[in-house]
Design a protein around this ligand. Structure first.
Ligand SMILES: Cc1cc2nc3c(=O)[nH]c(=O)nc-3n(C[C@H](O)[C@H](O)[C@H](O)COP(=O)(O)O)c2cc1C
Length: 251
């Protein structure tokens, strides 16, 4: 296996970090590699906020529901869809930007996620550990306030980075055939679903999850505990308001 195949195949999310710092030179290297990712029209409609300051991390932590990684990781990166900078450039160049719409938010979000994932691979290739925080889109309005994000900028994901102080067991994945469709989508039969989810359901950690949460099935842990409809609806409303407030729902 080449090195990159090994890095991609052996990776796992790291949520515990040693106290060793990630120096600016290394971080800049990771960010420069990240910014080499493909970007829509080469517009680079994203920004990355670096949080290193202990107090700022403490302020950020509750906005990520106090997940320990935020205060414990030496570096927290918030990746944002950003049309603010590009719009300014357009206006200063006698060009009228037409980016106050949902499609443009998606463009910025896709760009931001591609940079984020490339930074993650770069970090993992250096032996660092990373963890994504999906809580960014839950509390985007509060993160906007704390990080002073102007109109045109919406945080879409956060990544904590540090030197690993754990090596957790690698989580499962569905078999490749479960997620691959050849030429057109071939919809699943109930038998396919049973087959594809059998191994996941049979894992010891899955069964522990079911028992701990007093549920009957693993799927119920997702629908009733981890990703509940009422939460999804609540945080969707907030996010839609954020998109309005940040100027992405004008048309
Ligand atoms: C968009 C996104 C959001 C995530 N949010 C969180 C999070 O808030 N907290 C956390 O501990 N892990 C988070 N993760 C990590 C996933 O839980 C992890 O990738 C998944 O369980 C598979 O584990 P692995 O990355 O070790 O293969 C997130 C991952 C992604 C891609």
């Amino acid at each position: 296996m080449t090195k990159i195949s090994k890095i991609l195949t052996d990776r796992r999310t790291i949520r515990k970090y040693s106290s060793k710092t990630v120096d600016d030179k290394l971080l800049n290297e990771l960010l420069a590699m990240g910014c080499r990712a493909s970007t829509t029209g080469n517009m680079q409609v994203y920004s990355i906020i670096i949080t290193r300051d202990e107090q700022k991390k403490k302020d950020l932590a509750p906005l990520h529901f106090n997940q320990n990684m935020v205060s414990e990781a030496p570096v927290v990166l918030t990746f944002c869809a950003d049309f603010n900078r590009f719009n300014m450039w357009c206006r200063m160049s006698k060009a009228e930007p037409g980016y106050d719409n949902f499609l443009s938010f998606m463009t910025g979000a896709i760009d931001a996620l591609l940079v984020a994932q490339t930074v993650c691979i770069a970090a993992e290739s250096k032996g660092l550990g990373i963890c994504y925080l999906g809580t960014t889109t839950y509390n985007a309005h509060k993160i906007i306030e704390l990080l002073k994000l102007p109109r045109g900028v919406v945080p879409v994901t956060t990544v904590t980075i540090g030197w690993p102080s754990e090596k957790p067991e690698q989580p499962d994945r569905l078999p490749l055939e479960a997620v691959i469709h050849r030429e057109t989508y071939s919809d699943y039969s109930s038998a396919d679903i049973e087959k594809y989810y059998k191994a996941k359901e049979g894992r010891k950690d899955s069964q522990q999850f079911v028992n701990e949460n007093n549920k009957e099935t693993l799927a119920q842990v997702f629908t009733d505990v981890r990703y509940k409809k009422e939460d999804n609806v609540f945080f969707s409303r907030i996010l839609l308001q954020v998109l309005k407030d940040q100027g992405f729902m004008e048309e």
